[in-house]
Design a protein around this ligand. Structure first.
Ligand code: NAD
Length: 437
């Protein structure tokens, strides 16, 4: 593999704003667990760095006739336990550092829930809201075509992430199939529309998995969910389903936010159905206060500081940091987003007795149902929703228990415990395959 300089000089102004390194944050989490486990230097070196980083230029013919060059990445962190698995993000702030971190977390996420897959992630530096549907389709197909040899049902199986969804997965599956003689190969990608090999339950899987974890945590802490208050940052796939599922469980959703702003109603709560309908029509929550009985925060980050039982970061990385962690004191933080808390913030939250359900456990419902989708694709036999839900619940509850027990055994917080569970499995698989040879 050709060595690259990161971040590449040519990207210039296409780079998003400089923010804390997500990969460094991920490594700090890993190192803390590795220290507790007494891993050897060789094991640490073998497991923590990605096995392959690919960067491609994606020239796209725009509707006005111009050619615009986008930059895309695919990082395969580990294939020790199975094909690489992880979503593709379309966002203006994508960097290779971020994609590396997300691929890294995928390795350990798949391991925590014990599905036979490794870790990967992809990204394109683009603001998709500025593209027409045709431009978006050409970009999605070009991304898959440029890296076609990396992907495959036994190699690397992507999925949706921020700003990508079933429609884009369908286009990518079609492109892959066309390049393989026009066949139908649904097992190359998950999160597809139901009509072309998607699984029932995939749309709400991430939030559903989080709810199973929150139920377990609430039970351990003696919190009654039907009386609990909830605040959610991010109101996309993960955040909006989180709101409606917890609302169905009787929780009061007191605050929500997205790129359009932050909104609260501490007394009566917010109706998730109304917010979802609003976002469908308006693309974001901007202006929600004009139609709903809610107040608008001056600073949408304040949503994280609401005094609630359950706080759900469901947007992007590095939201809870040393700068605001001291003011964030819910009983439970359920990380739907990947990497929303920095390593330094973790220490403050642990000190303040916040029970944090870490991302690699809490949001693993998405990849778990992706795995079930992949299994169904390979069998050509599709399950009813009840079967999917049952499997998801069993796997999430088992993962939660494994991590909780490990946290008690080693007297560490849930994040470090999740890494210990995950690293043990990846390390054992690497050893058995002889990947250290
Ligand atoms: P999405 O694109 O559907 O939604 C992202 C949401 O975050 C949008 O509501 C957006 O407006 C909001 N947002 C973006 N920047 C924000 C900011 N600065 N402040 C407040 N809100 C902001 O994406 P998604 O699939 O819901 O993913 C959200 C997070 O969950 C990501 O970290 C993703 O990696 C993680 N995740 C998603 C899945 C999944 O299956 N969708 C699975 C695992 C993890």
């Amino acid at each position: 593999m050709e060595k690259k300089e990161y971040p590449p000089k040519h990207m210039g102004s296409m780079m998003g704003p400089v923010h804390a390194s997500a990969f460094e944050n991920a490594l700090k989490q890993f190192n803390a667990a590795a220290r507790v486990m007494n891993l050897s230097d060789d094991q640490v070196a073998m497991i923590k760095q990605p096995r392959r980083i690919t960067e491609v230029r994606l020239p796209i013919r725009m509707d006005d006739g111009r050619i615009e060059n986008f930059v895309g990445y695919r990082v395969q962190h580990s294939i020790a336990r199975g094909p690489a698995k992880g979503g593709i993000r379309f966002h203006p702030d994508v960097t290779v550092d971020e994609v590396k971190a997300l691929a890294f977390w995928m390795t350990f996420k798949c391991s925590v829930v014990n599905i036979p897959m490794g870790g990967g992630k992809g990204g394109v530096i683009v603001d998709p809201s500025k593209l027409s549907r045709g431009e978006l389709e050409r970009l999605a197909r070009r991304y898959m075509a440029e890296m076609i040899d990396l992907f495959g049902p036994d190699r690397d199986v992507p999925a949706p992430d921020v700003n990508t969804g079933p429609m884009i997965m369908g286009w990518m599956m079609d492109t892959y199939s066309m390049h393989h003689g026009g066949d139908y190969i649904p097992g190359v990608i998950t999160g597809k529309p139901l009509e072309i090999g998607g699984s029932l339950g995939r749309d709400k899987a991430t939030a559903q998995g989080m709810v199973f974890c929150v139920r377990e945590a609430a039970q351990k802490l003696g919190i009654f969910l039907n009386k609990a208050t909830v605040a959610i940052q991010g109101f996309g796939n993960a955040g909006s389903f989180a709101a409606s599922l917890l609302h169905e469980d009787g929780c009061k959703i007191v605050a929500i936010s997205d790129v359009g702003g932050g909104f609260f109603n501490r007394e009566k709560g917010i109706d998730p159905a109304q917010a979802i309908e609003y976002v469908k029509k308006n693309r974001s929550l901007k202006g929600f206060e004009k139609v709903a009985d809610v107040k608008c925060y001056d600073d949408p980050m304040k949503v994280l500081e609401e005094s609630v039982d359950v706080l759900i970061p469901a947007a992007l990385e590095n939201q809870i940091t040393e700068a605001n962690a001291e003011r964030i004191k819910p009983k439970i933080i359920a990380e739907c987003a990947n990497g929303p808390c920095t390593f330094e913030a973790d220490a403050i939250l642990t000190e303040n007795k916040v029970f944090l359900i870490p991302d690699i456990l809490c949001n693993a419902g998405g990849v778990t149902v992706s795995y079930l989708e992949w299994v169904q694709n390979r069998m050509g036999y599709y399950w009813p929703i009840e079967r999917v839900q049952e499997d998801l619940e069993r796997m999430m509850v088992k993962a939660f228990d494994d991590v909780y027990e490990t946290s008690l055994k080693y007297k560490v917080n849930m994040r470090i415990a999740a890494f210990i569970v995950a690293i043990e499995r990846v390390s054992k698989a690497s050893e058995l395959r002889g990947l250290y040879a």
